[in-house]
Write a protein that binds this ligand. Structure first.
Ligand SMILES: [Zn+2]
Ligand SMILES: [Zn+2]
Length: 452
């Protein structure tokens, strides 16, 4: 008996929560059922919008846009469309400008047809124009559908802008399941990343008393359970499984919205992925789907967490370690290149690596080591199971498959934590003086041991 996610329960109300806060979403409607596009015109009419501006690209127009346009036309709803003339859309100044330029003056709702990139662009543009937007999803490929941030490439740098949540999400499982398999497996991998991400959050709560919400954790764990159970049947293009992945992605996005930041959805597996992404940008390499990187780094983080669960630590030696600021800075400059000044400024401000704070944490680890080890055992799946699941859908499980070098893997383990002031496994490894060693052992695992 497969479980379902009842997403409707979260809409249109304030939810008083055991964490002491009230949670709510600005999402008004959600329809991830067969024939969703049939109900879109009715929803638009009910909300009283008079002119729809539909935005798609060549692929999403074919996948879902054309059908939706036919339905709007039949229902007599006024709309204009702009189809971005790209097969591989990069959300930089040019297409963002195009979508602005082609927007009819009297449009009062934007209908975005697509997934990651189109969603980000329309999320940003509609927020700038103070219009609502609806996303008609074409692929269950990432968890940003109902989050606030919009990632755009500006001056060649990926920048996340504060935007807003769509007013409605529509997606037909029969369409979603026909998306390219690499996009679906990326969506599934983005969900699997929540295993390590939630454990990071639990560790941060235990160690630093960071704000934590059990209900949101339970929401995301529910998404994980459903996806690991139903995910494998996606390879047979099972619409029910596509629906489950899509709902899980919406659910984790909602979790972020509830908390007000990405803590419920992004931990060390995301930080290492961001590091790779930034290196790819610097090297002018073709970008890799977000979830694909997250999947590989989820394996990396699970592998390292599991090593840590067996580690016998010499806490006194760890406490006696100096922080060689100059060596750290030199490595930051080598790895982060143009972005290094921002990284160094963040450390000046947050003092993540400061010795006295580190030693306080080390004293805590020492007293709670068996508890931390038990948390790892209790919360993480087996590396092999996750590799099998991703491989079943043709998803990469090794950095080399997407052009990431061993050096980039090692640098990521040591320095990916510097991009943000967020406590994760990578900080624990750093505190214990294990970053270098684990980075190396992880690189060896990927280059020599995986699959053996
Ligand atoms: Zn809560
Ligand atoms: Zn993600």
């Amino acid at each position: 008996m497969s479980k379902n996610i009842n997403l409707q329960q979260y809409l249109g109300r304030e939810i008083p929560c055991s964490c002491g806060r009230n949670h709510s979403t600005t999402l008004d409607a959600l329809d991830i059922d067969r024939g969703a596009a049939d109900r879109l015109p009715e929803y638009i009419r009910k909300k009283g919008w008079k002119k729809v501006y539909m935005v798609a690209d060549i692929n999403t127009w074919e996948a879902a846009g054309k059908d939706a346009a036919d339905k709007l036309e039949k229902a007599g709803i006024a709309f204009e469309k702009y189809i971005l003339p790209y097969r591989e859309l990069v959300p930089d100044e040019k297409p963002v400008g195009e979508v602005f330029i082609h927007c009819p003056k009297d449009a009062d709702i934007i209908l975005a047809v697509g997934s990651g990139t189109i969603n980000d662009m329309c999320k940003f543009i509609s927020a700038q124009m103070k219009l609502d937007y609806i996303i008609l999803a074409s692929a269950p490929s990432m968890d940003g559908f109902v989050s606030v941030g919009a990632a755009l490439i500006v001056d060649h740098v990926k920048t996340t802008y504060d935007a807003h949540c769509p007013i409605a999400v529509f997606g037909d499982p029969d369409v979603l399941v026909q998306a390219p398999m690499d996009m679906i497996s990326a969506g599934l991998a983005d969900i699997l990343g929540k295993y390590t991400c939630l454990l990071d959050w639990k560790m941060a709560h235990l160690i630093n008393d960071e704000y934590y919400c059990e209900e949101v954790v339970a929401m995301v764990e529910n998404a994980l359970e459903i996806v690991t159970e139903q995910g494998p049947t996606i390879k047979d293009r099972n619409p029910e499984a596509a629906k489950a992945v899509m709902e899980a992605l919406v659910l984790t996005g909602m979790g972020m919205f509830f908390i007000g930041n990405s803590r419920p959805a992004s931990g060390c597996e995301h930080h290492m992925s961001h590091y790779w992404e930034m290196k790819f940008q610097m090297e002018g390499k073709k970008p890799v789907l977000h979830g694909t990187k997250v999947g590989i780094n989820m394996i990396a983080a699970t592998y390292m967490y599991r090593m840590l669960a067996k580690e016998d630590i010499d806490f006194d030696a760890a406490m006696a370690r100096p922080f060689d600021y100059e060596a750290w800075k030199a490595r930051v400059e080598r790895c982060y290149e143009d972005a290094a000044p921002g990284i160094i400024a963040l450390e000046e401000k947050c003092k993540k690596n400061d010795i006295s704070a580190r030693n306080q944490r080390l004293a805590f680890y020492k007293d709670h080591w068996s508890q931390m080890q038990a948390m790892i055992e209790d919360n993480l799946p087996q590396v092999k199971d996750m590799e099998n699941l991703l491989q079943m859908l043709g998803g990469p499980i090794n950095p080399a498959q997407i052009g990431v070098s061993s050096e980039m893997v090692e640098d990521g383990v040591v320095l990916a934590k510097e991009v943000r002031d967020r406590f994760t496994l990578l900080q624990i490894l750093w505190d214990l003086g294990l970053s270098e060693d684990y980075g190396h052992r992880l690189a060896v695992y990927f280059s020599e041991e995986q699959g053996k």
